[in-house]
Write a protein that binds this ligand. Structure first.
Ligand code: MRU
Length: 358
């Protein structure tokens, strides 16, 4: 993935390091952070320098490779078989560290599992395993970009036929910044814009971290896609005022029955959409579906630091002495979801079960 393109690539492998867009500094400042150690990658995921389910997966895959390069062959036994065992043990430790960063996005665990499996299945020397791990991380990244573009194509098939130019509401940021590039929900929006089917994006600001106001709006502005930022509590009002034709959001984990976890506030948007008979779509790669979980109540919900709620720009906006409730995600029940827009087509939540058996 080269860095010379105008497109937004949050993760770039460059000169033996990973270059990440620092998403905590957008939109005030576009800057990149260089990561060359697995511990720093874990920290970057935890502190949300890189965020968004698929982007976390890509970053974690490179984190695994960086962890592999931290093992110096000179520190290992002379015996090749023992070397392999020592190497794999170290890699398991790296996987554990990365797994502890963010609990909800299944793409993190999915990417780490692929990297571990690759290491176990590669029968060559430690150096050969390292080489294969880098290739695997690069494949995960390239595949995610292609997947997002395919999700955009699927999205075009489900766009309401009228009006000709749609007003689409989204929540949080499921854009290029949250993936290898292009985005899932914002990928559908990008494709609609390209095909002249979009009038405007309504971006919920997405309290408490404001990914909608900061990141989704930034992406749209970069590409001159008309965008209106609204506070989260305006979404239902906009629907009632007949300002919204469709909702599309991303997902961090989708259970086997189609319940979908996404940024806190998504559930309220889905309820409002149902009340106004507005189609509500979840756009996500297949890797976001966790067929091991029967329903959404089993999805682990990340709790964040309370400062994200009570502080804005380092000043407190809440009365001292109050307590805080801090879930970062909520679960939208399958019955509120019109369809899940994936690289394999738009799937009704109840039909997911057919894919589980494939
Ligand atoms: O906490 P974040 O910013 O990582 O949450 C991101 C979201 O909720 C996205 O909608 C989701 O990860 C899908 S990204 C394509």
């Amino acid at each position: 993935m080269n860095s010379n393109s105008n497109q937004i690539y949050p993760v770039i492998w460059q000169n033996d390091r990973v270059s990440l867009i620092d998403q905590t500094r957008l939109p005030e400042e576009y800057s990149r952070v260089l990561i060359s150690r697995s511990g720093d990658m874990a920290e970057a995921i935890k502190t949300m320098i890189v965020r968004g389910a698929p982007a976390i997966g890509v970053a974690a895959a490179y984190g695994m490779y960086l962890g592999a390069t931290e093992i110096d062959i000179k520190d290992l036994s002379d015996d090749i078989a023992t070397q392999r065992i020592q190497f794999l043990k170290h890699l398991e430790g790296v996987a554990d560290l990365l797994r502890q960063t963010r609990p909800t996005a299944v793409n993190l665990f999915w990417a780490i599992a692929i990297m571990l499996r690759t290491a176990y299945e590669e029968t060559g020397t430690v150096e050969e395993i390292k080489h294969t791990l880098l290739q695997t991380a690069q494949n995960i990244q390239a595949q995610d970009l292609a997947t997002c573009q395919a999700i955009g194509d699927t999205g075009l098939e489900v766009l309401p036929h009228t009006p000709e130019k749609l007003r689409i509401l989204t929540h949080c940021n499921a854009g290029a910044l949250a993936t290898a590039g292009y985005g899932t929900a914002l990928g559908v929006i990008r494709s609609a814009w390209r095909e002249n089917r979009l009038e405007r994006v309504y971006a919920d600001e997405t309290r408490p971290r404001l990914q909608g106001a900061k990141l989704t709006a930034w992406e749209c502005v970069q590409e001159k896609i008309p965008v209106t930022v609204i506070t989260d509590n305006m979404a239902a009002h906009c629907m009632q005022q007949n300002m919204i034709d469709m909702v599309v959001v991303g997902a961090d984990r989708i259970a086997a029955n189609g319940d979908a976890a996404n940024k806190i506030g998504t559930y309220s948007v889905a309820i409002a959409a149902k009340a106004h008979d507005i189609p509500f779509y979840v756009a996500a790669p297949f890797s976001t579906i966790d067929f091991d979980l029967a329903n959404g109540s089993l999805i682990p919900i990340e709790q964040r630091d309370a400062t994200e709620i009570f502080q804005i720009n380092n000043s407190s906006v809440c009365a001292k002495g109050a307590d805080f409730y801090t879930p970062a995600f909520d679960v939208t029940p399958a019955e509120l979801i019109t369809a899940i827009i994936t690289e394999k087509g738009a799937i009704k939540p109840r039909d997911l079960i057919n894919y589980q058996m494939q």
